[in-house]
Ligand binder design. Structure first.
Ligand code: ATP
Length: 234
């Protein structure tokens, strides 16, 4: 569904990403692991159209979309859930979800909203409450639900476990698995390798701006991942 090949991204003279390749397939969870500063966020932002890549290809369903802006990417079926959730804290939960579905016809929005409430019952319970009053984990669910509202083919998530209590990390990872099981391609970047590997189908490892390993999760032994990333990263 999504294929990224030999992506290069710079900030002025800083070459933050210099050869990242990754893939996300329908119904599968791809986990991208990497230490602090490895270039994970930069890669996701470039793929999702928030930062122009210097070179490399990005295709969705075979169509080259590299360098397109974020709103165009959403039209092509790719949406990013950014690090730190970024929900609209003064809007209600439902208003946040409706923002995610702003491109869809009204009749579709009602149906998708009902599906999201079924997938995330906590959001249904809190639908009229301000998003800013939700816990960190609940806000992560909201950011996730908002992405689902755009009826994407591919969801990219930046560090969904960041700042969450361990039990909430498991809940969020469980939701990532559930959403992939509905047929969406889900690609998450994580520093929490232990939690992410539990739900991964495919794994990619980035060190210093480059993809150094890609393969099925069954072959990504935790020991190897630790060795590549360095213990301090995990
Ligand atoms: P983290 O998990 O800490 O967010 P990361 O793997 O997502 O790390 P990036 O945030 O993509 O890494 O950063 C990759 C490199 O690019 C780092 O060396 C970082 O210092 C640099 N970098 C990131 N953003 C900018 C920026 N706006 N201007 C200049 N350099 C940047």
């Amino acid at each position: 569904m999504l294929e990224v090949n030999d992506l290069h991204v710079s900030y002025g003279a800083v070459n933050a990403v210099q050869g990242v390749s990754m893939k996300a397939d329908a119904g599968r969870v791809t986990v991208v692991l990497g230490a602090n500063g490895a270039g994970k966020t930069t890669s996701l932002r470039a793929i999702a159209g928030y930062h122009r890549p210097k070179s490399g290809s990005v295709t969705i369903g075979g169509q080259d979309v590299a360098g397109r802006r974020a709103h165009t990417m959403v039209r092509h079926g790719l949406v990013l859930v950014p690090e730190g959730r970024r929900v609209f804290s003064t809007l209600t939960v439902e208003e946040n979800l409706r923002v995610g579905g702003y491109r869809a016809p009204r009749s579709r929005v009602a149906k998708t909203l009902a599906e999201v409430y079924e997938q995330f019952p906590i959001l249904a319970e809190r639908r009229n409450g301000a998003a800013g009053l939700l816990s960190g984990g609940e806000q992560q669910m909201l950011a996730f639900g908002r992405a689902v509202m755009s009826q994407p083919k591919v969801i990219l998530m930046d560090e969904p476990s960041m700042g969450l209590a361990p039990t909430m990390v498991d809940t969020v990872m469980g939701k990532v698995r559930d959403i992939a099981d509905t047929g969406i391609a889900v690609l998450i970047v994580e520093q929490n390798a232990d939690a992410a590997l539990r739900i991964a189908d495919e794994v990619s490892v980035i060190t210093r701006g480059r993809t150094v390993w890609t393969g099925p999760a069954a072959d990504a032994s935790l020991a190897a991942v630790h060795a590549v990333l360095g213990e301090t990263a995990l």
